[in-house]
Design a protein around this ligand. Structure first.
Ligand code: NAD
Length: 499
């Protein structure tokens, strides 16, 4: 059986805790590897080693650190296919989607090449008589990234690029469900010239995470995952005074106005609702058509498109629209929620509860489901299902659709489909959600903007990637200086203006 070890001080390192977790092939249901789960002692040791390595790395000039990122871009491109195959086999997503996962992470490494520019401080001369004032951005020290299963390359890279380029050492605790690609990335960082110990990949579960949270050495935690865990991490990290940005779950609404191009809207909904089996934090899980006529026409267009979707293993190549979900437990939870929707009175227009894929009966495949006439009190509306299930909530007016979106506890992404510029502008300006699409169903900002949700989709301050990431991973120091020739007076006992 293949073993997935930790990556400590630049070496593949077997765990000593004696605890492991199964890594599945979601397409077949078979266990394909065992991943080590770190004990608190193993995590503490990896953190201490990272702290030692950080001293030199933090003092390395920014352009040298940026060169590691430059090299990394080439190496990721070189190994893209190899990593995408591993990613698909552990996660289940299609091969093109796995490449997209790596590509969107790679773009943040490209952005991190600009670290010297991002890390520049501010300066003003003659702030007072003979007085200059400047600020500088310094690395925090050792920081941690705790990442989810659904983007096992992209999200680690979102954290690693800015954190490492800023001069920090990083403890990466990836999801234990698809842990191999993070190790491959760590190996590439070594090849790109990152000194050993500056990036430690430590696998584990709650015990490893708690050791990070309670560590006095770790200065900041970047978390991405489900909302209850995001909140837990945020609160526990604060107890030792850490910086924390913790991104959580989502229930992204897409409003379809009566003037929208309904074919475009239906195509967009199918891609955004069912791509990656709905296991994206930016997936659209709620369609909100405005007006009964729009709703009837939309459902009519959605049904044949959804019924045509091809579900299968990534090895089937381009013939597949989406693959299995990540675990058997995830599959069971999705089907439980679909049944709950039926019990609570939603209309299951596309019902795939009996779906089974010939030859892959033990795989974690879930067929596509479409609900109509969902209401806000139903569990399928309130809960993040994280599967191939699209709910339709009919709204009587634009204001009603907007209010629905605003009242939901999550606020990650949302979209509006319309031809009317005024409505689109009003929506973008008023809605309390972090990322907005106008006739774009999955509005994931590019690397040089920032990514982050509002409400219970994000705890803490500053977003991921873009300039915010460099602010999150550095501390500002401000220096006021005056040289002896500029000192005209003796002691001063009061605060006073500098002029
Ligand atoms: P998860 O919360 O189960 O796990 C995330 C990380 O937390 C993993 O590394 C896991 O090992 C760790 N963890 C799990 N339980 C823990 C516990 N009790 N104590 C301490 N650590 C624990 O999330 P997931 O299932 O891996 O990922 C899917 C979730 O992530 C969805 O809710 C999705 O919306 C969300 N997500 C959000 C974003 C975003 O940017 N907002 C992006 C991607 C995914």
């Amino acid at each position: 059986m293949r073993q997935v070890n930790h990556w400590i001080d630049g070496k593949d390192t077997a765990g000593t805790s004696g605890r492991t977790a199964d890594v599945f092939n979601p397409a077949t249901g078979e266990v394909q590897a065992k991943v080590a789960l770190a004990s608190k002692a193993e995590m503490d040791d990896a953190i201490d080693r990272a702290a030692q390595a950080q001293v030199k790395w933090g003092a390395t000039n920014p352009q040298r650190r940026a060169r590691v990122m430059m090299k990394m871009v080439d190496l990721i491109n070189r190994d893209m296919d190899k990593m995408a195959e591993m990613l698909s086999s552990e996660h289940g997503k299609t091969f093109p989607d796995a490449k997209g996962d790596i590509q969107r992470g790679l773009e943040v490494i490209e952005f991190a090449i600009g670290a010297p520019h991002q890390l520049k401080g501010e300066f003003i001369d003659s702030a007072g008589p003979g007085i200059d004032m400047y600020s500088m951005r310094q690395p925090l020290g050792v920081v941690a990234a705790i990442t989810p299963f659904n983007f096992p390359a992209m999200i680690p890279l979102w954290k690693l690029g800015p954190a490492l380029a800023s001069g920090n050492a990083v403890i990466l605790k990836p999801s234990e469900r698809d842990p191999t690609v993070p190790n491959m990335l760590a190996q590439l960082f070594q090849e790109a010239g990152l000194p050993d110990g500056v990036l430690q990949v430590v696998h584990g579960d709650k015990e490893a995470v708690d050791a990070i949270l309670d560590s006095e050495v770790i200065q900041a935690v970047g978390f991405v995952g489900s909302t209850p865990i995001a909140q837990y991490i945020y609160e526990r990290a604060a107890q030792t005074g850490k910086r924390a940005q913790c991104f959580g779950g989502a229930k992204n609404h897409m409003i379809i106005m009566p003037d929208a191009d309904l074919d475009q809207a239906a195509d967009a909904l199918v891609g955004a609702g069912f791509g990656a089996a709905g296991e994206r934090c930016m997936a659209i899980s709620v369609a909100v058509p405005v007006g009964e006529k729009t709703a009837d026409a939309l459902i009519e267009k959605l049904v044949p498109r959804i019924e045509k979707l091809k579900v299968g293993p990534w090895t089937a190549g381009n013939d597949v629209d989406y693959g299995p979900v990540v675990t058997r437990a995830a599959k069971e939870n999705i089907l439980r929620l679909v049944n709950r929707g039926v019990e609570q009175g939603a209309e299951l227009v596309v019902d795939s509860r009996d779906f089974s894929l010939q030859g892959y009966e033990d795989g974690f495949f879930v067929g596509p489901h479409l609900f109509d006439r969902v209401t806000p009190d139903m569990d399928i509306y309130k809960t993040e299902i994280f599967g191939p299930v699209l709910s339709t909530v009919r709204a009587g007016s634009y204001e009603e659709a907007l209010k629905l979106t605003m009242d939901h506890e999550y606020g990650n992404g949302t979209a509006i489909f319309t031809r009317d510029g005024d409505t689109a502008r009003d929506f973008a300006s008023r809605v309390n959600v972090g990322m907005i699409g106008i006739n774009v169903p999955i509005p994931v900002p590019l690397a040089y903007f920032t990514f982050g949700g509002w409400k219970r989709s994000g705890f803490g301050d500053l977003n991921q990637h873009g300039p915010d990431a460099f602010r999150f991973y550095t501390r500002t120091k401000t220096v006021t200086s005056r040289w002896p020739s500029g000192i005209k007076e003796g002691s001063a006992f009061n605060f006073k203006a500098m002029d």
